[in-house]
Design a protein around this ligand. Sequence first.
Ligand code: BGC
Length: 500
Amino acid sequence: MTSVEPPFKSKMTIYVVSCWILAAFGGLMFGYDIGISGGVTAMDDFLIKFFPKVHERKLHAKENNYCKYDDQLLQLFTSSLYLAALVASFGASKACTLFGRKPTILVASIFFMAGAAFSAAAEHRWMLIIGRILFGIGVGFGNEAVPLFLSEVAPVQHRGAVNILFQLFVTIGILIANLVNYGASMLHPYGWRVSLGLAGTPALVLFFGSMVITESPASLVERGRDDAGRTALQKIRGVDDVDAEYVQIKEACEQAKLIKHPFQKLMKRSSMPPLIIGILMQVFQQFTGINAIMFYAPVLFQTVGFKSNASLLSAVITGTVNVLSTFVSIYGVDKTGRRKLLLQASVQMFICQTTIGAILLVHLKTTGTLDQGLAAVVVVLVCLYVMCFAWSWGPLGWLIPSETFPIETRTAGFAFAVSSNMLFTFLIAQAFLSMLCHMRAFIFFFFSAWILAMGLFVIFLLPETKGVPIDVMTERVWKQHPVWKKFMGDEDEKRSREMA
Ligand code: BGC
């Protein structure tokens, strides 16, 4: 381990900040897709053209407060993107290791643009499905490469904030998509084409951006391009003297060269701590119930009395709260640290979810609406809930797995985190409406129970990674933690290196 101490020298130049922002457009692609899909499949023009039977059933479906109109097949079509992304993230991990983060980001943008073109021009269902798969591959590649890239190029003292630009752009993407959908739903009969086609815009920015940004120095050194790695480091630090940091990256890459098979190494005992944490951060992120809440928000807003504008209003209100609260995280994550944000949020989210559950259990019957005053309380609680998700499990679900793996297993390990996100987003999207119909208000207690488990997880198992250089995590974090150090014995480490 190197004896050099951070913070290393760095200057914030226009080029450095441009690299961060351009790469973060990968988040905008992901967020736009999260925000756009549900709205498009709710548009009648879209259903009549591609799913006429579903449209027919929708017209005759009976709705009540808990059992909303629900079609598993249509939902499966929407979430097929996540399955494609799940598989693609492993291919993206290979691409990141062999070719670097920059070309992987370029490939992500090309797939996403192709997805937008296919979807917007679709005349047949198969074209739509190809569009979903292309979008999915784009998301898989982008979500693998962008958070890793941001964590690697950020100066250690600002790593959290820089990485959270990805989540900030996710939230902006969701907000824009909801606004676009609202406008497009009034353009008959082609509104859905506009919504899907506009997905190409962030991808186009990312496409050109990926040509402007520098490659991550760690990735260059890892692939034996030491001089290019040093030059890249000078560019992203904005200073010439980068020797101290370069030595640290070089040492980490030397260690990494001993590992021939990263996926096998990842299955060894000594790799379990970051792997378990990486996967759990993403699984827990989805079990906060965020996507269920975001989906359910329009129904709640309708009960307050905003009839025809409910979905626009709910999108604007929760979407804006989501974007603005992410800034709290950008500001606080490198000052207060990761653990405090997650713990504070777990408490606030637990209170919000249980209170919403209790109000609905007592006051919202199968039909009818909530009393205006109570409905307003529920809306405030939803906002308070989205607010703290946005400064905790949202951004940190991406940040922590991208900063805790050593370089030899970083891309492989992060692929497990990305694919866990995709898998659980898919499962929750698929199961939520049926769960709501059967569990009714109890679904909020279901998510509260998960939030309680998450709080305990943070207290006992999650180490603080604030201020620790990314290439010395094993020594400074995992080998010091009361639970995880038991996995990290030097002997064990040696053995696993020999075997890998
Ligand atoms: C999550 C998404 C979620 C979004 C909300 C992201 O970090 O991965 O599932 O919809 O945050 O802002």
